[in-house]
Design a protein around this ligand. Structure first.
Ligand code: ADP
Ligand code: DP6
Ligand code: CO
Length: 356
C-alpha cells in the first residue's frame, strides 16, 4: 500500500484534449464491446481554444469509489466503456513516487486505489460536435499520466477507442487515420498520425452551432440502427470508403483542396443518406447557396461536414476564403437563437498539437 496511507494526501494530474472532426467517417461497428469499426476513418484535430475537454484526475487513500463529474454534475462510471478503460489503464499502471510529498504508489496498489475524475467540455456535450472524442481521449490521457502508464500514443489510442471510437483519433494533432484493424481482440485497431499540425495550416474551420441541445439519438445507437437496418452500409464500408481513404490520404499529402473538399462533402452526404438519424434541416445545405460557396474563383473553397448532429462544420481553404465565407454566413444566416442558429465558432489555428 502507499507508504503514506495514513495521510490524507491527494495526487492530481490535469490534461486538455481537443476534439476531432471526421472527414471520412466512422459509422458502424463490427464489435460493440471492443468498439471495432467496419471501416477506416480520417479526421482533422481541432483548435482546443474553442473545442476541447479539460480533465483533472486525482488519487487518494481517502477515496472509497471511482467517481466522475462531467460539466459540474456527477455521472455514473458504471457503464462498460468507462470500466473497460479503467481496467486497461490499471493493468498497465507503474510505480508512482512523489518524494517531496512522501508518496509511493506501487503497481499493485493501483488495483485497489480509487480515482476521482472531474471533466469539463468548453463546447456543447452530446450535440454532434464529438464531445465523446475529446472527453474519452482526455480521460485516458490524464489517467495514463496519473498512473504512470508507459505505453505510447498508439497503445493509448486503442484504450481510448474502447471509451468511444472517435476518441482514438483525438490523441494526435493534425490529420489522423483510425485503422480499422483485422485482429479479433482489437490490438491493431489504432490511430496513426498522417500529417502533423504544421502541415496545411492555412485551412480554417468554421463551426455553425445550430443547436447546443443534446441530440435525440446518440452516435452509438444511430450507427447501431444503421448497421442493423441499412442495406447500403456494407457497400459503403467495403467498396466506397476504402477508395475514399486512399484518395483522401493523397489529397492531404498534396494539400489538394478541391479533392479534399469533394471527398469530405461526398462522405458526409453518404452517411446522411444511409443514416436513420433525423438531422435537423440546416439551410446551409440549400443548393443555391452551396453552389455560390463552391464557385468562388472557379474551384471549391469550402468543404462541409456534419458529425451526426445538426451543427455544420465548414472547412475553408485559407484565411481569405474564410473571411468571405463568414461575411456571407453572417449576411444570409445571422446568429439568431429564435431561429435556432446560436453562434459561429472559428478555429483560428485550426489544427493542433498532440494531446498533452
Ligand atoms: P458527441 O456527438 O458529442 O460525441 P456522443 O453521443 O457520441 O455525442 O457522446 C456523448 C457522450 O460522451 C456523453 O453523454 C458522455 O457520456 C460522453 N462524454 C462527453 N464528454 C465527456 C467528457 N468530457 N468526459 C467523459 N465522458 C464524456
Ligand atoms: C459521425 O465515436 O461518438 O462522429 O464509438 O459509439 O462512442 P461511439 O461513437 P462515436 O461516433 C462518431 C461518429 C461520427 C463520425 C466520426 O467521428 O468518425
Ligand atoms: Co461521439
Amino acid at each position: 500500500m502507499a507508504a503514506e496511507s495514513g495521510k490524507n494526501w491527494v495526487l492530481t494530474v490535469t490534461a486538455q484534449t481537443p476534439t476531432n472532426i471526421a472527414v471520412i467517417k466512422y459509422w458502424g461497428k463490427r464489435d460493440e464491446d471492443l468498439i471495432l469499426p467496419i471501416n477506416d476513418s480520417i479526421s482533422v484535430t481541432l483548435d482546443p481554444d474553442h473545442l476541447c475537454t479539460t480533465t483533472s484526475v486525482a488519487v487518494s487513500p481517502a477515496f472509497i469509489h471511482d467517481r466522475m463529474w462531467l460539466n459540474g454534475k456527477e455521472v455514473s462510471l458504471s457503464g462498460g466503456r468507462y470500466q473497460n478503460c479503467l481496467r486497461e489503464l490499471r493493468s498497465r499502471a507503474s510505480d508512482v513516487e512523489d518524494e517531496q510529498k512522501g508518496i509511493k504508489i506501487t503497481k499493485k496498489d493501483w488495483e485497489k486505489m480509487h480515482v476521482h475524475i472531474v471533466s469539463y467540455n468548453n463546447f456543447p456535450t452530446a450535440a454532434g460536435l464529438a464531445s465523446s472524442a475529446a472527453g474519452l481521449a482526455c480521460l485516458v490521457f490524464s489517467l495514463a499520466k496519473l498512473m504512470n502508464v508507459r505505453d505510447d500514443h498508439s497503445r493509448l489510442s486503442a484504450i481510448a477507442r474502447q471509451g468511444s471510437g472517435s476518441a482514438c483519433r483525438s490523441l494526435y494533432g493534425g490529420f489522423v487515420k483510425w485503422i480499422m484493424g483485422k485482429e479479433e481482440n482489437g490490438s491493431d485497431s489504432i490511430a496513426v498520425q498522417l500529417a502533423d499540425e504544421k502541415h496545411w495550416d492555412d485551412l480554417v474551420i468554421i463551426i455553425a452551432v445550430v443547436s447546443s441541445r443534446q441530440k435525440e439519438t446518440s452516435s452509438t445507437s444511430g450507427m447501431k440502427d444503421t448497421v442493423e437496418t441499412s442495406m447500403l452500409i456494407e457497400h459503403r464500408a467495403k467498396e466506397v470508403v476504402p477508395k475514399r481513404i486512399i484518395q483522401m490520404e493523397e489529397a492531404i499529402k498534396n494539400r489538394d483542396f478541391p479533392a479534399f473538399a469533394r471527398l469530405t462533402c461526398a462522405d458526409t452526404i453518404c452517411v446522411l443518406l444511409i443514416d436513420l438519424i433525423k438531422i435537423k434541416a440546416f439551410t446551409f445545405q440549400d443548393n443555391q447557396l452551396r453552389r455560390k460557396m463552391e464557385s468562388f474563383q472557379g474551384t471549391p473553397q469550402v468543404a462541409y461536414t456534419f458529425d451526426a448532429g445538426p451543427n455544420a462544420v465548414l472547412i475553408s481553404h485559407n484565411r481569405k476564403a474564410a473571411a468571405l465565407l463568414l461575411q456571407r454566413l453572417l449576411f444570409y444566416f445571422p446568429p439568431n437563437p429564435d431561429a435556432d442558429l446560436n453562434s459561429y465558432v472559428i478555429g483560428d489555428k485550426t489544427i493542433l498539437k498532440d494531446a498533452g
